[in-house]
Design a protein around this ligand. Structure first.
Ligand code: FES
Length: 126
């Protein structure tokens, strides 16, 4: 997996996408350079996902920011990862916002971009 620092280095374009005043679990969908991109705050770290679900090209970022049922003992329900996942509104597939990793198919990953905070502004690197 490519690190955030590598994504920043490889990026050809950088966009100021607003102030870094989002709270955990909040999202902002922007249209930039011909792409719809979701910006997310997960526990104080910022991440960006292409608003195109790798399953059937639905609007991934239009779905809810959520958590999910975690692996647990038989008969036990444990909910976790609150605010760390996005659930596609089309068929409900869940993706880890930080990495784009799909929870139901380890071979599937949503496109991610690096976001940095520079002087209280969010900078998207694409
Ligand atoms: S298009 Fe996103 S889950 Fe099917």
């Amino acid at each position: 997996m490519i690190s955030k620092a590598d994504k920043v280095k490889r990026a050809k374009k950088h966009f100021n996408v607003g102030s870094a005043d989002m709270s955990h679990g909040e999202k902002r969908i922007i249209d930039i350079d011909g792409k719809r991109i979701g910006i997310f705050n997960v526990h104080g770290e910022y991440y960006a996902l292409h608003d195109r679900c790798p399953h059937m090209a639905g609007s991934l970022c239009g779905g809810p920011v959520t958590g999910t049922a975690l692996e647990s003992s038989h008969g036990e329900f444990v909910y976790g990862k609150e605010g760390e996942l996005i659930r596609c509104g089309w068929h409900g597939w869940e993706f880890e916002i930080a990495t784009g990793q799909c929870l139901v198919d380890q071979r599937t990953r949503a496109k991610t971009y690096a976001v940095t905070v520079e002087e209280d502004a969010l900078v998207l690197h694409i």
